[in-house]
Design a protein around this ligand. Sequence first.
Ligand SMILES: *Cc1c(COP(=O)(O)O)cnc(C)c1O
Length: 511
Amino acid sequence: MTMADDFFPKSSPGTTGLLLREQLLFERGVRGRSGASLPAAGVPEADPAAEIPKELLRGEIDGLPELSEPEGVRHFVRLSQWNYGIDSGPFPLGSCTMKYNPKSSEAIARLPGFAQLHPMLPDEDCQGALQLAFELERALSEIAGFSATSLQPAAGAQGELCGLLMIRAYHARRGNPRKKVLVPATAHGTNPATCTLAGYEAVPLPIGPGGVLEPGAIAGKLDEDVAALMVTNPNTLGIFERNVREIADLVHSKGALLYNDGANLNALVGVARPGDMGVDVMHFNLHKTFATPHGGGGPGSGPVGVAEPLVPFLPTPTIRKTIGEGGEPRYALDFDRPQSIGRLRTFWGNFGMWVRAYALIREWGPEGVRRTAELAVLNANYLRKLLEGSYQLPFPEETLHEVVFSDKRQKEHGVSALDVAKRLIDHGFHPPTIYFPLVVPGALMIEPTETESPEAVEGLAAALRAVAAEAAERPEALHSAPNRTIVGRLDEVRAARQPILRWKPPSSPQR
Ligand SMILES: *Cc1c(COP(=O)(O)O)cnc(C)c1O
């Protein structure tokens, strides 16, 4: 296809040049080539064999590439430029809440006093870190309306497990851990997986025509075997659950508890508090709500907030504040919690994520926290408006913080959500989430978050409208997209079934 093209509006940042190919380092190199080196030492060199046991010493490495310094640096810089991140442009993955991370929080997390703390330090030698953790725990409890919060879980999914283990411990203490957890059809896949891991049977709940949970659908499924109901608010369709208070009362009337998947809290912060709606336990995704970098397997953090009845079951250690004899505050890790579910992981949690979240909350203050939610919802609704003429909207009446379209109109031309997502890459954007949530066939789920300016939302919408126009006029062109990338359409099934995990040296390596 041609590069200058009617279907590529000028506002698309898609690149048309400077697509640099890159060999493997192992396919390059010349013997004896290296970067700047220090002059020979004036003292005898240490013999590693004298210091390190022989079996731990490696011999010659076959085919280790030898390169000049710029060759090595350029290789890695080019690879980094192939990558698309939130610092490159809008990252519309719905459900994942990919947002920009202020560099000020990054700088604070890198301060040596935080970044180089050893986790085994005695409490008295890391009072500042403990104070930060204590204050973050209090801030999160305040923001979401809970009695206490544990910062320990490593991510949202582990937060869910932590929550359900506390629910199990709560019921067990009353004599019966119960057997089932009710999970709406719109839930993230981690919810039913967590139920299984915590020893519960996940029972799916249908959603109502408006895309939300209706109390009527729950009443029939609630019995004395139900340990909890897991609700996600706003849910994975991007829609605000309207009946949480009523659902909480129903659930509590049977002695069960209400779990809130808080991954979408960035649409509620500063506006409404799950704890006030009757939620007993909720996980936060610090990496979605309070902008800590994630994706590509980077670390997350999934603190869990609880209402009073679950406080005794929080994982150990918790952080305790006391006032010393001179009136000064002292912070300590508290392991003395007999009803605790115990430890969830090694050491204390993903501390660097706590620093970023804490820095952001302090920077924003209550007004800024609230503004996050307002802008996230505004951006999603703006995008919906800009695209409703081009893509089918399964739930057109709703207020959202992320917007779910379907490929129904494009399907009439034989174009799928996958084709749309792949063509968007040619326009210079990361694809949105596709085929999730499962209740919408051919779903295209987009979450601009509060990060994006109106112009950025408009640019993304212009590209998606151009893709829809192309789908109607020359649908076959989309089946091979992307066409402007270094690698084209990948065989994803083969990549998953027959992954090539080991590099084979070329027959004639370096010169
Ligand atoms: C992201 C997400 C999760 C899982 O959180 P992780 O931090 O990725 O483990 C759970 N539920 C919802 C709704 C999510 O969006």
